[in-house]
Design a protein around this ligand. Structure first.
Ligand code: ADP
Length: 420
């Protein structure tokens, strides 16, 4: 195929982020964001937002009508148990994403609108959906199942799906690249610490466990989300506090985590306040780090042998304090951070482990857009090669073939009540 540009769209509820990449050298030709969709001072809706994206690109001589464009890659948050690979969009696929709205009521509708509008603008182009859950589809049943009544779980689609999969996939492979190893030979723990945060355990390039669950609420302490709590807290708040489901949803997703503990969700501000001996900021940091260490220990046991551990996303890439505290005194697990390497600020992938560390410890900047672009480009080329077929499994040769477990609850649309 001669066309070698890919447009990546991340259509959120109130913004559309875009990047245009040249796949020949994986360079970025343009990027931007249209914000405040449906808000005062912003554009009216997603259709207008995408028209604005299109106009911005055209203004730079990179219009969507360009024959250079090979595909559009769309980030889609929830793929359920059906979408375990990047998928060429068809009417049937759109219907499938729609069916998953109860599991991701804030995200999937916005993602869908983005796809539909892009399709209208360029009906001739392959539109590829890349799912945030897909990388975790290989997690074995023992890790994916919650220990609740199986019939109830299946009826409502309740299981651990995991999120940030595009980042975990990219970073686990980039860590192998940094070490000059084949991903198939490496066991990696990835700590994606952004505003949302998740950990994953990747064995030989295949994800075997992750900290997020049915929704992104489970697991690590995040900017505004609680992560793991005793589920009886919810019952207690409802029974004793009289709180409704929407209030509890709001509390756990938007007013908890670092924000709930100390009033700030930005690790930079927490660092500044800790330097001034602010006890609430210190407590928030300590709770955050304690949870992180628990997951490092848990995923070490899940993997049995850990070769590398990678920190990524805003906090992981920038906070030397979090990295040092997360792995302090873990030489028993073979993890020793070099304080000098850890303190050096840098932009690329780099090692921060001491010479004595058995586990390679790395800081690896994530690049979800590049990962989506690669997936979309591979599928577009593949589709062209097997013209007439709508789907093929030939993909990036560096990737392991996934072997998703057969879900009992496959296409069941869960009830809205199943979502926080
Ligand atoms: P998102 O999950 O929204 O994509 P990011 O991965 O960009 O978020 O991470 C954002 C978070 O990264 C901020 O809320 C902040 O806590 C943290 N962060 C960014 N820069 C720094 C820094 N220099 N030091 C510590 N934390 C940082």
């Amino acid at each position: 195929m001669t066309a070698s540009r890919v447009l990546v769209l991340n259509s959120g509820s109130s913004s559309v982020k875009y990047q245009l990449l040249q796949m020949a050298d994986e360079s970025r030709l343009a990027s931007g964001v249209v914000e405040r969709i449906g808000e005062e001072g912003g554009v009216a809706d997603h259709t207008e937002a995408l028209r604005k994206v299109s106009a911005e690109l055209a203004g730079r001589g990179l219009g969507l009508d360009s024959p250079e464009l090979a595909a559009v890659g769309h980030r889609v948050v929830h793929g359920g148990t059906r979408f375990t690979e990047p998928t060429l969009v068809t009417d049937d696929v759109l219907a499938g994403i729609e069916q998953l709205v109860p599991l991701a009521p804030l995200h999937n509708p916005a993602n869908l609108t983005g796809i539909k509008v892009a399709r209208e603008l360029r009906p001739d182009l392959p539109q590829v959906a890349v799912f945030d859950t897909a990388f975790h589809a290989t997690i074995p049943e023992a890790a994916a199942r919650y220990a609740i009544d199986t019939a109830t779980a299946d009826r409502y689609g309740i299981r651990r799906y995991g999120f940030h999969g595009t980042s975990h996939a990219y970073v686990s492979r980039a860590t192998a690249d940094l070490l000059g190893e084949d991903p198939a030979d490496l066991n990696v723990i990835v700590l994606h610490l952004g505003n949302g945060a998740s950990a994953s355990a990747v064995r030989g390039g295949v994800c075997v466990d992750t900290s997020m669950g049915l929704t992104p609420l489970e697991g690590l302490v995040m900017g505004t989300r609680s992560g793991d709590i005793d589920p009886a807290v919810i019952i207690h708040l409802a029974r004793t506090g009289g709180l409704g489901t929407d209030e509890i949803d709001d509390l756990l997703n938007k007013r908890s985590g670092l924000l709930g503990l100390c009033g700030a969700n930005d690790m930079r501000e927490i660092g500044r306040r800790m330097a001034e001996d602010d006890p609430r900021a210190q407590l928030a940091f300590d709770v955050y780090v304690h949870r992180l260490r628990r997951y490092v220990g848990a995923f070490t046991a899940v993997l049995g042998r850990v070769d590398a551990l990678a920190f990524t996303a805003g906090v992981g890439e920038n906070s030397a304090a979090v990295r040092a505290a997360a792995l302090r005194d873990l030489d028993g697990l073979g993890m020793v951070v070099d304080p000098v390497r850890n303190a050096v600020r840098g932009s690329g992938a780099r090692l921060i482990s001491a010479a004595s560390s058995r586990v390679a410890i790395a800081v690896v900047p994530t690049d979800e857009e590049l990962e989506i672009a690669r997936d979309a480009y591979a599928l577009a080329r593949d589709t062209e090669a097997s013209a007439g077929h709508t789907r093929s499994s030939a993909r990036d040769p560096h990737r392991p073939t996934r072997d998703p477990h057969p879900p009992a609850s496959d296409q069941q649309a869960p009830t809205p009540g199943a979502h926080p």
